[in-house]
Design a protein around this ligand. Structure first.
Ligand code: SF4
Length: 379
């Protein structure tokens, strides 16, 4: 988006916003995701503005709130001071400007007890204006998404079926990062150390599948695809892959059935059968949006595990209770990739600014960290 010409950047920003409205208006889940991201972006940008600019934005929204002044403000100062002191600020002082608003319009301030409430009104400090505007912004975008969806389904989708519709329908699940089809210096594993590497470097989704295949000697199709392509991306050669799956599956289905039903699909994934397409490992978005049924083990644990199972799995990865609460908070807000990123940071004790977008990225980043910590072998 960066461009030396500010107006070009602004234009791109506006166009991308409306493109995303179109893409994310099509289901409740997409709408929810877009609303939460767009609100977070708005909140961030609003906070970057100075107070005057913030007041101008409040004016643009046409918010009917008046600043509390004179005797009313004087009468509240004692109680406002109590609220400020309860927030544990370094220099607790009552601010010069407060707005009187119906309490239900600032639910985040009420929930975190950061505002004085009296007779159904919340007294919002100037520095808390953001909460007021964000509620309005959210409701404005939410209504706009409903209208866009109505137009999309009644007219645009059909009219644009050969042009825009395929793009709009593919955009919310498309992944534009590296495809991890080629193994790199950090992605090269062999059969002999696969168990140890799975424990130390696999993301939770792959760890779970790996443990299941070792335990049950079987995985259903979705799990075989998700884990099989991941293993290919981390550098497991075709012969090693065949040996790995054979060793487990033959314990359950016998070697004749394995050769007949499963070996072909493994060679197929490596581009050695059928159309000879070189299939790429799945990105997080695809895994998160999958829908595992009963008996399936694929999917993203942050999205598909029950809370108890997820907590137990994170405990096995060695997360402290503090780190676990941070992860669970992201899960509750449906930020699954952020939850995975927090797990990564807690396990390896280092930040991951790019965030986790792909299981093979998780693997490579963890390998880099572990290899940098391993002392070189003596000559
Ligand atoms: Fe796997 Fe991605 Fe889910 Fe992490 S966020 S567990 S890498 S699918």
């Amino acid at each position: 988006m960066r461009d030396p010409d500010g107006s070009v950047m602004l234009n791109k920003d506006i166009i991308s916003h409306f493109v995303l409205r179109l893409v994310y208006c099509r289901s409740d889940e997409l709408k929810k995701w877009f609303l939460s991201m767009e609100t977070a972006l708005f909140r961030h940008r609003f906070r970057l503005q100075n107070f005057e600019a913030q007041r101008a934005i409040v004016g643009e929204f046409g918010l009917p709130y008046k600043a509390v002044t004179g005797a009313e403000l004087e009468g509240l100062k004692e109680r406002l001071g109590q609220v400020v002191r309860s927030l544990g600020q370094i220099s607790p002082t009552v601010e010069a400007v407060y707005y009187k608003v119906p309490f239900e319009e600032v639910p985040d301030l009420v929930a975190s007890r950061r505002v004085l409430i009296q007779k159904g009104y919340a007294f919002v400090a100037g520095s808390q204006l953001v909460s007021l505007v964000v509620t309005q912004f959210r409701s404005h975008i939410s209504k706009a998404l409903i209208l866009t969806n109505r137009k999309w389904t009644t007219t645009i989708r059909e009219r644009e079926k050969d042009r825009l519709t395929p793009v709009v329908e593919a955009l919310s699940t498309s992944y534009l990062g590296p495809d991890y089809s080629q193994s790199t210096e950090y992605a090269e594993i062999s059969l002999k150390d696969i168990d140890q590497v799975a424990k130390s470097c696999f993301p939770l989704c792959m760890r779970h599948l790996f443990e299941k295949v070792r335990e049950d000697h079987h995985l259903k199709h979705g799990g075989r695809m998700q884990l099989g392509l991941f293993l290919k991306g981390v550098g497991l050669k075709l012969d090693d892959a065949l040996a790995f799956w054979r060793a487990e599956f033959t314990k359950k289905v016998g070697s004749e059935r394995f050769d007949k039903e499963y070996a072909y699909a493994i060679r197929h994934n490596y581009g050695k059968e059928g159309k000879r397409t070189d299939y790429t490992p799945y990105a997080c978005q695809k895994i998160i949006s999958s829908a595992p049924g009963a008996g399936d083990h694929h999917g993203c644990p942050y999205r598909h595990f029950s809370e108890d199972n997820l907590r137990a799995a994170l405990g096995r990865m060695g997360l402290s209770s503090r780190a676990m609460e941070d992860v669970m908070d992201k899960v509750r807000n449906k930020h699954y990739q952020l939850a995975c990123t927090f797990t990564f940071e807690a396990v390896y004790g280092t930040s991951c600014d790019a965030g986790i977008n792909h299981p093979n990225q998780y693997f490579e980043e963890s390998q880099k960290i572990l290899k940098s910590k391993t002392p070189p072998a003596p000559v």
